[in-house]
Write a protein that binds this ligand. Structure first.
Ligand code: F58
Length: 855
């Protein structure tokens, strides 16, 4: 079936009432069963003693997996262990749900097409304080907790920063006792697995569910029907009032899968609800009976495609029909679910007191017309009343500044897939432009600029504008980003509604990225300042005086060294890499994108190498450094893939050239993911955050590195600006143009060739690549990379090269003074408590949501 044609759904066959399974029993108007005295308190497993844990574990292994310990596979054991942990959390989960329902408190409904969760077992053991008990219990069964943890396949249901941020936020909300449900998509295939073949990226499907997922609970009986396609019929009554009815052409079911989101040691367990698409009918029996089996299951295949795979784009949305289907699918399921869960008597006028739907970028923005549709078409509200409700229920977070990353849906596609929604968007736009006209009469250019509907290059809907019009607040994700949103990307809107635009700087969860990922440093911190920092990260400040304590510095270095050994051990097994543990570890991990400038890092490495092989520098004088890259390129992004190829080939040459005397190493372990990040970040000495100023909205890797005692070399971009302010100029290596300088250079006209011609070191570096040194003498392989840099260089790597090289020389000098370096690293940790996602959540609560913790 082509992507654009949809199968009509056949009428459902009648079944005798007593043979019809109960679907949607939790829905409005349906009674819950009478309770039983024994069911008043949820069933709690025995208290977590070692023996109790063993019993529960063996019970799971025997009854759920159906195997004896002596015959069990590692996957059986892992699954049984996961279920055991889940059982311990279940009572808390049910209790959390009960309190929330009874308290009628306002919830956050976080709408995100991506959640990059990382492995669950370690995090859940930590949150439930079961780590020691589980370890001992498993040991008594002759099993190793570490082996079972390694069995878990991480759910890679996100591309990068945006998806990981969603995961950090739901962790923080649970830990802070804030009612929240995360809504998203249960992709059957997450972000692709990256492999390298002859240095080039090759993608493999991520079949993360192949061995089952013990953390999810499916609720097929609570499936939600989602309509698509068809037409809108408008009927005008005698009074002249027109009512629209959507007559859809086809539909699918959304089956919810619930996943626990436990707070850290606080007994709260929130929910992440991911939707999986299923056909409303398995197959068409009449076609099946006529013998055309393939045709009979076509509708099923079509429907189930919707949640089949995560789009592996990291910045440029492709405008594909399936992606719009995904977006509407999960949003329609989520809104329906939330509203139905408020109960039959709930007055939707009170919805803004019950929920705030936080839109994680524009991907869920179709929720705005969907809520309008529900209110008007299904619940009989008039337009103004519906808008009064809708315009209080949403808030929008923008995560980008790249113009090409802002989603625009073609009207042709939107109208075909969601005709009623398009109609509603048009009306929202008409009423909005009326407001603009009132404020700026006769300013036609402004009307064109601000219209939600654009005419170029084709008629389309600008989703960021729709979100801005509907949202109570619009936030950027770091101070600089929010300012640029206000001043540049959305400046007309900021003029109209100055109070709507706010900043909430991103953060990261200290539970996963410190306590879990860096036990050595965490133990040292806890031994020094106590345990409170894990949920109150600003308390890391108390470490600052210890930067001047030689014993503490030695202990800090010991932790860093232990982390390098852990990383070496992991990479040896995972990638066959032999990581030196006595080098400075210089790490650049993030999606591969030209604006992030992995090429600039590469130019630095190649220039060091060029200086050695040309005899300008004696290898013995080079600071021993190991460079580690981690990056996936969007499969269709040719230049990004070329850059990956070049990094790998440079590594191959540099690592094996005896002239280097082993003082430089370049490694690129494939398939960078959350699991690898947890090993890599704690071991790093130097964090590379080198995007062109004004391009990286925030970055969150930068925060993780600083909190784990790496020092940043970076531009004045995204959250780097705030990191530098907090840690101080002496503890940060700043280089490159700032945003106004970038803008000025762009306006003046940027000619990268001039930099190539005027800096002999840069010229020698680029010439070495062009000479075929890293491509077996072939000049063609990396010609596109070199010529793009010399002739185009949209992200001005050449303009920042000299400044970068100078800053790197300062890094070498600073690293030579071990005590001073350690002192700086400690101050990075001590001064970055601000970057906890708990603080981000406090900001959202105070500035946007107005929700309260439930204690
Ligand atoms: C990232 N965006 C920003 N988008 O690039 C980063 O600066 C920021 O720290 C982070 O969000 C969190 O705010 C990002 O990761 C995506 O991956 C999208 C996925 C879907 C297609 C469009 C890009």
């Amino acid at each position: 079936m082509s992507e654009t044609t949809a199968p009509a759904s056949a009428p459902s066959p009648q079944q005798p009432a007593d043979e019809t399974p109960a679907i949607g029993i939790h829905k409005r108007g349906v009674q819950f069963p009478q309770t039983h005295p024994l069911a008043l308190a949820p069933v709690t497993p025995p208290p977590p003693t070692v023996d109790g844990f063993v019993k529960e574990f063996l019970h799971e292994l025997n009854t759920d997996q159906g195997v004896a310990l002596s015959r069990s596979s590692i996957n059986d054991q892992y699954t049984a262990l996961a279920h055991t942990v889940r059982n311990y959390l279940t009572a808390r989960w049910l209790e959390t749900g009960r309190k929330q329902r009874e308290g009628h408190t306002k919830s956050v409904a976080y709408l995100s097409a991506e959640y990059l969760l990382g492995r669950q077992l370690g995090n859940n053991l930590l949150a439930a304080n079961l780590n020691d008990v589980a370890r001992k219990a498993l040991e008594s069964c002759g099993l190793s907790l570490d082996t079972l943890r390694a069995q878990e396949v991480e759910p890679g249901l996100g591309n990068g920063g945006l998806g990981r941020l969603a995961a950090c936020f739901i962790d923080s909300l649970a830990t802070m006792n804030v009612p929240c449900v995360g809504y998203g998509i249960r992709y059957e295939y997450g972000i692709f697995r990256q492999t390298f073949v002859n240095g080039e990226q090759v993608e493999q499907p991520d079949s993360w569910l192949a061995l089952g997922n013990p953390w999810e609970i499916a609720h097929p009986e609570a499936a939600v029907k989602v309509n698509f396609g068809g037409r809108v019929e408008t009927v005008t009554d005698e009074a002249g009032v027109a009512t629209s009815t959507w007559v859809p052409e086809w539909n699918v079911l959304g089956v919810p899968y619930n996943i626990m989101v436990p707070g850290y040691l606080n007994g709260r367990v929130n929910t992440l609800r991911l939707w999986s698409a299923q056909a409303t009918q398995a197959f068409d029996l009449s076609i099946f009976n006529a013998g055309d089996y393939a045709q009979a299951v076509r509708a099923q295949t079509f429907a189930e495609n919707i949640s089949k795979v995560l789009y592996p784009e990291d910045s440029t949305p492709q405008g594909k029909e399936l992606r719009l289907q995904q977006q509407y699918f999960f949003v329609a399921c989520s809104l329906r679910d939330f509203i139905d869960n408020q109960g039959e008597d709930f007055d939707l006028r009170d919805l803004p007191e019950r929920v705030i739907f936080q839109l994680n970028d524009t991907h869920p923005v179709i929720a705005v017309p969907e809520l309008m549709r529900i209110l008007i078409d299904e619940r009989g509200f008039d337009w103004n009343d519906a808008w009064a409700i809708t315009s209080k229920c949403f808030a929008y977070t923008c995560h980008t500044l790249l113009p090409e990353a802002l989603e625009v849906w073609s009207v042709e596609l939107l109208g075909r897939l969601l005709p009623r929604h398009l109609e509603i968007i048009y009306r929202i736009n008409t009423e909005f432009l009326e407001v603009v006209r009132e404020r700026w009469p006769d300013d036609y250019l402004r009307l064109g600029r601000m219209s939600i509907v654009t005419e170029y290059p084709e008629r389309g809907i600008r989703m960021a504008y729709l979100a801005t019009v509907a949202g109570i607040k619009v936030n950027g994700v770091a101070a600089l980003h929010s300012q640029l949103l206000r001043d540049k990307v959305l400046n007309d809107f900021a003029e109209l509604w100055p109070d709507k635009f706010i900043n909430v700087t991103n953060g990261v969860t200290p539970r996963r990225f410190m306590k879990l990922a860096n036990p050595h440093l965490s133990d040292l911190i806890t031994d020094t300042i106590g345990t409170g920092w894990v949920t109150d990260l600003e308390r890391l400040e108390e470490l600052a005086p210890y930067a001047d304590d030689a014993d503490f510095r030695a202990a800090f270095r010991e932790a860093k060294h232990a982390n390098k050994i852990r990383l070496r051990d992991r990479l040896r097994v995972r990638d066959g890499i032999e990581l030196p543990t006595d080098h400075m570890l210089d790490v650049m991990v993030k999606r591969l994108h030209e604006y992030k400038r992995q090429t600039l890092k590469l130019l630095h490495i190649v220039s060091l190498y060029e200086q050695i092989i040309s005899g300008k520098v004696d290898a013995a004088d080079v600071t021993p450094r190991t460079f580690v890259f981690g990056a996936k390129a969007a499969p269709g992004y040719r230049m990004a893939k070329n850059i990956i190829h070049l990094i790998n080939n440079v590594g191959e040459v540099v690592n094996n050239d005896p002239a280097v005397e082993g003082r430089l190493k370049v490694f690129f372990p494939a398939n960078y993911n959350v699991t690898l990040a947890e090993r890599l970040i704690p071991a790093a000495d130097l964090s590379e955050q080198i995007s062109l100023a004004g391009m990286e909205a925030s970055g969150t890797g930068n925060m993780k590195f600083a909190l784990n005692g790496a020092i940043t070399i970076g531009t004045d971009d995204g959250a780097n600006v705030e990191i530098r302010k907090l840690v101080g100029d002496d503890n940060f290596f700043l280089f490159g143009m700032d945003e106004p300088q970038v803008a000025a250079l762009g306006a003046k006209g940027y000619h990268p060739g001039e930099y190539y011609e005027s800096d002999p070191r840069l010229k020698a570096t680029l010439d070495l690549i062009a000479s075929g040194t890293f491509s077996n003498g072939d000049h063609q392989t990396f010609e596109p990379v070199v010529s793009n840099l010399v002739h185009n260089d949209r992200f001005m790597a050449l303009a920042d090269f000299t400044s970068y090289i100078e800053a790197q020389a300062k890094v070498d000098a600073a690293y030579a003074d071990t005590e001073a370096w350690t002192r700086s690293a400690i101050l990075n940790v001590a001064r970055c408590g601000f970057f906890s996602s708990d603080r981000s959540m406090k900001d959202y609560i105070k500035l946007i949501w107005g929700t309260n913790p439930v204690l």
